[in-house]
Ligand binder design. Structure first.
Ligand SMILES: [Zn+2]
Length: 255
């Protein structure tokens, strides 16, 4: 990778001497979780994938439109359901903590003159909307966009299994594309999902956080067995193409 390109991708690889000479258009913040992912994916899956998706998106935006993005290191701390946070090393992060982290990031970036931030979220339990609404009051000239990389392109036509939520075919395929060395398909459980007990909740009359111990025995939700690196590559290409379009549009957007 040439020196110029890497300046617009990944802060973990770049010294200040290279950073300080550029005016960046957009800051990209990957955000994940620390939680079990069936028996075949690592705890850090949501951080690793949001980070890779963010870097590929920034790279494409630079190639296409010379958009100067900077991907800052991922935040690891996600919001967890009951039945997950009782597992060893799974860390539940309260909304107050997430808000404190995001507020500190925004106030630092704002003070440095940045005005556009894209959160690339890799964890279904994270919800940034209320935080972004509050921060828009405090920092009306700071624009924050939240993207769930796994959620804005329907999986139909890309993956076969339903449901496909957690450590299932979609997430496993994308991990096989980026980091096959971290996937052990021989260990994968079938991600079978038991319905929640109350009928009204099955019918979606109301909502509770599902208790993972009730709905799954291997912590997965969705069968990963049909996963492949090829499926993951095709889907990740589509996702990163769209996010790179967003970064390009933000470059030219006046707040
Ligand atoms: Zn995940």
């Amino acid at each position: 990778m040439d020196n110029q390109e890497r300046n617009f991708m990944d802060l973990s690889q770049i010294p200040w001497g290279e950073v300080k000479n550029h005016a960046y258009d957009v800051v990209v913040l990957p955000w994940g979780a620390i939680e079990p992912h069936n028996f075949h994916l690592p705890y850090m899956t949501d951080c690793i994938l949001s980070y890779e998706i963010a870097k590929d998106s920034a790279k494409k935006a630079f190639e296409k439109s010379k958009t100067k993005s900077m991907v800052i290191p991922p935040v690891y701390f996600g919001a967890q359901n009951p039945g997950q946070w009782n597992k060893p090393f799974c860390i539940h992060t309260r909304i107050e903590t997430q808000k404190a982290i995001l507020t500190d990031i925004v106030s630092s970036l704002h003070g440095q003159g940045f005005r556009k931030l894209v959160i690339v979220n890799g964890h279904g339990g994270n919800s940034f909307k209320p935080l972004i609404r509050d921060l828009a009051v405090t920092y009306p000239d700071f624009y924050i966009v939240s993207v769930d990389w796994f959620g804005f392109i329907p999986t139909e036509g890309y993956f076969d299994e339903k449901p496909d939520e957690h450590a299932g075919e979609q997430e496993t395929s994308v991990m096989l594309h980026y980091h096959p060395e971290l996937v052990d398909m021989n260990e994968a459980g079938d991600g079978k999902v038991n319905p929640v007990k109350l009928k009204s909740l099955q019918n979606k009359t109301g909502w509770v956080p599902r208790n993972w111990d009730e709905v799954t025995t291997d912590t997965g939700i969705g069968n990963p067995k049909k996963s492949s690196a090829t499926k993951g590559k095709i889907y990740a290409e589509k996702v990163t193409e769209s996010i790179s379009e967003l970064l390009t549009e933000l470059k030219y957007y006046t707040i």
